[in-house]
Design a protein around this ligand. Sequence first.
Ligand code: TRP
Length: 446
Amino acid sequence: MSTEPRGHWKSRFGFILAAAGGAVGLGNIWRFPYIVGENGGSAFLIVYLLLILFLGLPVLIGEVLLGKASQRDPVGAFKELDHPKSPWQTIGFMGVLAAFVILSFYSVVAGWCIEFLWKAVSGAFGPGNSPDSVKQIFGELTGSPVLQSWYHGIFMVMTVGIVFAGVQKGLQRWCEILMPALLIILVLLMVFSLSQKGAGEGLKFLLKPDFSKLSPKVILDAMGQCFFSLSLGMGAMLTYGSYLRKEDGVVSAAAWVVAMDTAIALLAGFVIFPIVFSFNVEPGAGPGLVFVTLPAAFQQMPAGTIVSIGFFGLLLAAALTSAISLLEVITAYFVDEFKMPRHMASIMFGVVCFLIGVGCAYSDKYFGFLDNLASNYLLPLGALFISLFVGWKLKPEIAKAEFEGTVYARLFGIWLICVRVVAPVLIALVFLNATGLFAKLFGEGS
Ligand code: TRP
């Protein structure tokens, strides 16, 4: 526990911007389109949107509520709201573990953004270059573990530098510029995308329901993406909530964060898929999808170089604000619970994440393993226990007070059912489904 008086957001709006800034990142622009592409498009999208509404939003409200009610870190929150030896604090430990895993591979992809920003500045994505040159740039990067590790290291130094100095406060101002700028550039790109010859096919891929593509894996991936994108299930949003003042309402703030995060992901989808079909890229191309499609489009634009610099610059900044929130969870935990000096904690765990992440530069399998472990297992498991705690352990009056007197008053009952029953059951079912248990029981071959 820190002895300093706890800082607070200046307003509810400050919280929304900061939380949305932490949520919006590579998850929306890099991960969302490629996961959509790998899972066949529209069917995934429908499942994803349903999960955001019935799983993401209620759990987000619950997590922020835990922070606000306890005014503590993710481990301390459960001690405060239950008792000092509460077994529920394991949720907090699991969150710290998830932060290690996510930051490690996140930083590798953010490193790709640095290389692409660099190439953009040197004019590689301006008019007159061919789409093949983009594939070559990406191929050379991912073919070189040393180059990737180098950029991964640079990004980690940037992240540690900010957490080390503890200047997140200043970064909130950044988010005020960053988020609108990102929105504007995505809308501009979407206009360009939708004017391409493959636009119709791209839209069809995203919007025309094809439930034959639905499978346990699609649903598990959708759930993982839901938690990853909203930064849920590991206490990051709890931490943000702990800086809320008494008078700031949780419910509408959470709804805003979800709306912004989902809007940016959808925009990214509407930018990428028309290009995918216009330039004959494989929609299931995997983690490289954004990096091989977008630059090929930039090359066709009149001001391609400037647009590409703007895009990768913004993407890098968005990645940085998310990475900070991850390292902050780790740092705050070791500072609060072990009285470790802040400087030491941020550097030490930055180095640890760097080392865990380097493996990603050498092996795609290892990369996929870390991502899958965190997104599809650690986060949903965290969310499962968070919703159980909020639904059954937390005094209902605390939650009820957040709904009463607002336009959401009538939704309290629905919310309570969501965190008590819907979320835990849904997560458990998706898990069981993914293990193939149902298929065995019912003899289906999906
Ligand atoms: N949500 C961020 C993104 O979409 C990534 C992220 C930041 C995150 N903090 C997190 C994911 C905490 C899970 C948990 O890029």
